[in-house]
Write a protein that binds this ligand. Sequence first.
Ligand SMILES: [Zn+2]
Length: 51
Amino acid sequence: MFKCSCGGFFHVIRVEEYPKHLSGLEKLNYMRKCTVKCDKCGTIKENQPYD
Ligand SMILES: [Zn+2]
């Protein structure tokens, strides 16, 4: 869980999809990115690490 500088918490609103060509093992090693949004001030941060 990420914490915002305003004191609110960032919630994940979108997670990157795995590229379709990846095998099961490659998916395990693939670091997806996500977009998070603060529940208090509404700040959105993209490209945050998810996995
Ligand atoms: Zn905030």
